[in-house]
Ligand binder design. Structure first.
Ligand code: PLP
Length: 401
């Protein structure tokens, strides 16, 4: 009989979010009258706004016409790639450096194929679980602490270092995952910090996978929205991004990766050429309908909708942060990101998660689920209907003393 992929056994028991869903189900079964509010997962809740939605509808309509019909679009509609370059990168990249995909998470998983088994990994701790789990699945050395594997280097992001890691910990020749605005901490790295990151990557001959999925939540104009605002980043970084959170496309599925032509492996081969080859081999392009919607979302009117939607979630974040601060709970994030990272010193984060669920009937995400340095923290997500967020704030104020 064929044997199981050994890498699967190296994964931590369960993916974080199904585990949270399980605990929520158990609580709901034991408390059938509880009106549970979820501030846990980062799933969007608000409808796609009309101009962008009309683009999706029009994309579907066109497919039913002889003139408008289109089939495979492997690397993405040229017009969309051009627009992504213009809107997000001031036209810096040619369209063959931009690869449209079915989402950032999918690209994060696939990008590992560029580097293969045994690759050393450096990752912010805490971090979005896919960086570590995807690496483990791909056979990149390592797994979670306690599994006996040591190939993943955690870069703790804590209150002591203001949530920017000690870059001296990054091993030579490694793949660095870096996310800003950060999920889960909500911290955003500034120019100086990202310049140091790029410098470290170049000196240590590393490649950075920079996850900018929350860049549209940045309101402070001094903060970088892409790694390519940093000089020389083209020679050491791939960037992934997504329409999921800014345009409400979590279910539509559309994202992109930038793989600059300047980026080379140690042997001088082109990473861009390999990514083109990989995507052409195992991916047949994002949905044409999603791309039609994405295209209009980058028109002036669409960009206004992105602003409006992200403003809405930032409004939620402000309410949550204020409610927590009123209770004397120290928290960061929520100003240029939709996540609030709340600190419960000395407490186990699953225990705090359980207490908030029991007392307030609110689902959060325990920080420890994002990595060892997340212990003692709980993440509140600002993705929710306003009435639910207001009710959650009232419950926190009333029951979580
Ligand atoms: N990157 C980060 C940091 C995320 O938090 C998420 C989703 O929560 C994603 C990527 C997933 O993006 P997509 O929906 O485009 O796959």
């Amino acid at each position: 009989m064929i044997t199981r992929n050994v890498n699967i056994a190296n994964l931590k028991a369960g993916y974080l979010f199904p585990e949270i869903a399980k605990r929520r189900r158990e609580f709901a079964a034991a408390n059938p009258d509880a009106k549970i509010i979820s501030l846990g997962v980062g799933n969007t809740t608000e409808p796609i706004l009309p101009f962008t939605n009309a683009g999706l509808v029009e994309g579907a309509r066109q497919l039913g016409t002889k003139e408008g019909y289109s089939g495979y679009q492997d690397e993405g509609l040229p017009l969309l790639r051009e627009k992504i370059s213009k809107v997000f990168y001031k036209g810096k990249f040619s369209i063959d450096e931009i690869f449209v995909s079915d989402g950032a998470k999918c690209d994060i998983g696939r990008l590992q194929m560029l580097f293969g088994a045994g690759t050393k990994i450096a990752v912010q701790d805490p971090s979005y679980p896919v960086y570590v789990d995807g690496s483990v699945l791909a056979g990149a050395a390592g797994g979670w602490e306690g599994t006996g594997y040591t190939g993943i280097t955690y870069l703790p992001c804590t209150t002591e270092n203001n949530f920017f890691p000690n870059l001296d910990l990054i091993p030579q020749n490694s793949l660095i995952y870096f996310c800003s605005p950060n999920n889960p901490t909500g911290a955003v790295s500034d120019h100086k910090q990202l310049s140091k990151l790029v410098e470290a990557a170049i000196n240590k001959r590393c490649i950075i996978i920079f996850d900018a999925a929350y860049s549209e939540f940045i309101r402070d104009p001094s903060l970088p929205k892409t790694i390519y605002e940093i000089e020389k980043a083209d020679s050491c970084a791939i960037e992934v991004n997504s329409f999921s959170k800014p345009a409400g496309f979590t279910g539509v599925r559309l994202g992109w990766s930038v793989v600059p032509k300047e980026l080379k492996y140690a042997g001088g081969e082109s990473v861009n050429a390999d990514w083109n080859r990989i995507m052409g081999t195992i991916f047949n392009g994002a949905s044409n309908i999603a791309q039609a919607g994405g295209l209009v979302s980058l028109d002036d009117e669409g960009l206004k909708e992105i602003r409006c939607l992200t403003d809405f979630y930032l409004g939620n974040a402000k309410l949550i942060r204020e409610a927590l601060q009123k209770l004397g709970i120290h928290c960061i994030g929520g100003d240029n990101s939709p996540y609030i990272w709340a600190f419960f010193p000395g407490r186990d984060s699953w225990e705090v998660f359980a207490e908030i669920l029991e007392k307030c009937h609110i689902v959060t995400t325990p920080g420890a689920g994002f990595g060892p340095a997340g212990q003692g923290f709980v993440r509140f997500s600002a993705f929710g209907h306003r009435a639910d967020v207001e009710e959650a704030c009232r419950r926190l104020d009333t029951f979580f003393k």
